[in-house]
Design a protein around this ligand. Structure first.
Ligand SMILES: [Fe+2]
Length: 195
């Protein structure tokens, strides 16, 4: 039986329990899990109070972020996205699903075509390039295809993300046109902007 998404109130805790149920019914098949988690997040994004709840989170690219749920395996977060600067193309070391709670987000998702054997070299192919609006989500797949970049279209844009496992301490920041990357601490970009 799938999750009951018709409840009047739907909390981040219930969302996490439903995600665990999906994980349990798709053991060994994370792509299927991710597809099944999207409608669960669509339901969570209908809740009106998500910016009023949660605990402070030290974001990687954003200064305003909160944990709606965190247990060391599943994390559900909100984050305010900058509109004055684009978040550069980066990877994570784990899968996540990202979407928009409020506002609009210019969003690009990439596949990695090379085998990763050449240091500093990465051949990326754009597989999603569009605008995500409130209630819409996109699956950022398993490594090595866990690569995206984005920029808010307006100042009051908030995303919701679900992370499975911890982000890698160091991540790769790509220049898709130059087919190159650099390795940086996950918070180095934000700190370099003084945020
Ligand atoms: Fe990211």
């Amino acid at each position: 039986m799938g999750p009951d998404l018709k409840q009047r109130f739907y909390t981040p805790g219930q969302c996490a329990r439903d995600i665990f149920a999906v994980l349990g019914s798709n053991v060994g098949n994370l792509p299927a899990t991710q597809r099944e988690v999207v409608p669960i997040l669509n339901r969570l994004a209908q809740e009106k109070n998500l910016l009023d709840i949660g605990l402070p989170r030290d974001g990687n690219h954003v200064s305003q972020s909160k944990w709606l749920y965190y247990d060391g395996e599943i994390g559900i977060l909100t984050a305010r996205c900058p509109s004055d600067v684009g978040v550069p193309v980066h990877n994570h070391g784990t899968w996540e699903i990202v979407g928009v709670y409020k506002g609009e987000l210019e969003y690009r998702l990439f596949n990695r075509l090379d085998d990763g054997s050449r240091d500093g070299y990465a051949d990326l192919q754009i597989i999603e390039d569009g605008v995500m609006r409130a209630g819409e989500f996109s699956v950022c797949p398993l490594p090595p295809h866990d690569i995206h970049g984005f920029q808010a279209r307006n100042d009051d844009t908030w995303m919701i993300a679900v992370v499975h496992g911890e982000f890698a301490e160091e991540r790769l920041y790509f220049d898709p046109e130059k087919k190159s990357y650099i390795r940086r601490h996950q918070k180095a970009w934000r700190r370099s902007l003084g945020r």
